[in-house]
Design a protein around this ligand. Structure first.
Ligand code: COA
Ligand code: ZN
Length: 308
């Protein structure tokens, strides 16, 4: 049975676009719940500027108060050197550096050119110097909402430059749900051929309803690592039209039904997904929490007994 490794990003990518501040205690409780579900990784928060992402201004407190379960990696998003210092002080298990493969989105989101971001992140990698593993999330790899097409060659070029700096993993992000399954197959095959030693993760958003189709294309191309967000919340506040990540529970339910080993306790995960609307104050897009699993059957109506 193929093992699939899931990273839940609800308290980072999921919450960063929510309009009202989510209390620190609610974040901690949710992360502690996710830790009990069997995730390989949880992206707890981000060490970005609190002015840019006010929702995550409590990053230190959250990292300090969560219960760390052995076997779960607690990762954090880091945009610059200041973020890396804060992440190491908070004993993050991994630093997830971020930059965009689209110049326009990088300028909008990180307020600098891609080259400046790359140079800054290279400095971060030298500064960290092996004290924590490094993953790099490359945004807008399947298209930019402002520029349009991002050539696969540009993604491969940035991937190569970070691999040359010795990073452990790369996350290929479809920031605003522009990827289609054919494109995913091509990207997955090419990156695995070029970087067989690098842990590759796919990060999809369901903005145009292609999220699970893209997961399917990726697993069929031998990708085993995925980001997902509980309830399907999420989106980058600096990418116009951004909306939710693929729902972790929907993707995990699908892969489990197909016979993949996700390592996740799905009933426990669904309990958390069903509590989420109360935390954020609105309905969430995830489907399986509403419908139940395919094995959660309904009683048949009484009248069929008379028809037998
Ligand atoms: N943590 C805390 N504060 C930080 C910081 C960090 N990692 N990086 C910068 N700051 C603070 C600076 O201290 C400065 O504060 P001051 O105004 O009180 O002096 C302020 O932010 C501006 O610093 P500057 O270096 O000029 O950064 P900037 O304004 O060019 O912003 C980023 C650059 C990357 C820090 C900022 O755009 C950012 O955090 N973006 C978030 C991107 C993101 O997470 N998007 C969603 C996920 S894809
Ligand atoms: Zn995202």
């Amino acid at each position: 049975m193929t093992r699939i490794y899931f990273n839940d990003v609800v308290t980072r990518d999921g919450f960063q676009i929510e309009p009202y501040f989510i209390p620190t205690e609610d974040k901690i409780k949710l992360i502690d719940g996710l830790s009990e579900c069997g995730f390989a990784k949880i992206e707890v928060t981000s060490f970005t500027s609190p002015k840019a992402i006010p929702m995550l201004r409590d990053a230190e407190e959250v990292m300090g108060k969560i219960k760390r379960v052995p076997g779960v990696e607690y990762t954090v998003l880091v945009p610059n050197l200041r973020g890396a210092e804060r992440a190491l002080e908070s004993r993050a298990d991994e630093l997830n550096l971020v930059m965009s493969t689209s110049e326009t989105h990088n300028l909008a989101n990180l307020r600098m050119t891609r080259e400046k971001s790359f140079a800054g992140l290279a400095e971060v990698i030298r500064y960290v110097d092996g004290r924590a593993p490094i993953n790099v999330s490359l945004s807008t790899c399947f298209g930019c909402p402002m520029e349009g097409e991002v050539p696969q060659s540009v993604v491969e070029e940035f991937a190569q430059r970070f691999v040359d700096l010795g990073v452990r993993g790369l996350t290929i992000c479809d920031t605003t749900g522009m990827a289609n399954p054919k494109q995913v197959t091509s990207m997955a095959q090419s990156l695995q051929d070029k970087f067989p030693q690098t842990e590759l993760t796919m990060h999809f958003h369901n903005t145009r309803g292609m999220g699970l189709a893209n997961v399917l294309a990726a697993v069929q191309a031998n990708i085993v690592r995925f980001d997902g967000s509980l309830g399907g919340l999420g989106g980058c506040p600096y990418a116009p039209g951004a909306s939710g990540n693929i729902s972790s529970e929907d993707a995990i339910h699908m892969l489990d039904a197909m016979g993949y080993d996700t390592g996740i306790n799905i009933p426990k995960l669904l309990v958390l997904a069903r509590e989420l609307p109360q935390i954020v104050g609105h309905a969430v897009p995830g489907q399986v929490a509403k419908a139940g699993r395919t094995c959660d059957l309904h009683p048949a109506p009484e009248y069929i007994n008379e028809l037998k």
